[in-house]
Design a binder for this molecule. Sequence first.
Ligand code: FMN
Length: 188
Amino acid sequence: MKVILWNGSPRKEGNTYQALQECVGVFAEAGIETELIQLGQMKIESCKDCRACAKLGRCAINDGFNEVIDKIREAEGFVVGAPVYFGTARGDVMSGLQRLGMVSRCGGGWLYNKVGGPVAVARRGGQTMTLSEMLMFFYINGMVVPGGKYWNLLFAGPVGEVQKDTEGMENLRVFASHMVEVMQKLYE
Ligand SMILES: Cc1cc2nc3c(=O)[nH]c(=O)nc-3n(C[C@H](O)[C@H](O)[C@H](O)COP(=O)(O)O)c2cc1C
């Protein structure tokens, strides 16, 4: 089994990345393969509503994002990490989710039953709105979102501050463990 994780931050090893590493550790212990994609380093255009994906089975925009879509198609798990920018997820994260969702739906809805969820990181506020925004993607695509012991949100401003949010980091480990349990039930 494999889990794809997106770091939606342009800060390559920033707080979102460090938070996702808590999940990576849990997956590794369970023998689940992971790949963390540095989405924040890519330039992702928004969906153009051209519907070409219905014929092509992939996105018509040639900006390298099809490779990311293919990786998720082949994986059983998917975790999206986003920094909060002005109360919402960083723009490219939502552009990516919308294009991914469209290609899946045009291809018969292959995101169905993939297991995962969103993670939101902010200095002070906006995480719950950002989680809600990203959860809309998971639910409309028939995905399975295991809960943790709290919501998947963390408080951090400067790079590395997320390590001080011990409760938030512990919750991510619980969420990832629950993901493992559900993936094993669905896919083993
Ligand atoms: C453009 C921009 C907007 C931001 N908006 C918010 C916000 O609305 N609420 C908040 O608490 N933090 C906000 N922040 C702070 C980041 O969410 C915070 O620094 C976070 O740790 C960044 O994660 P990263 O290290 O993974 O990039 C903003 C940062 C930037 C660059």
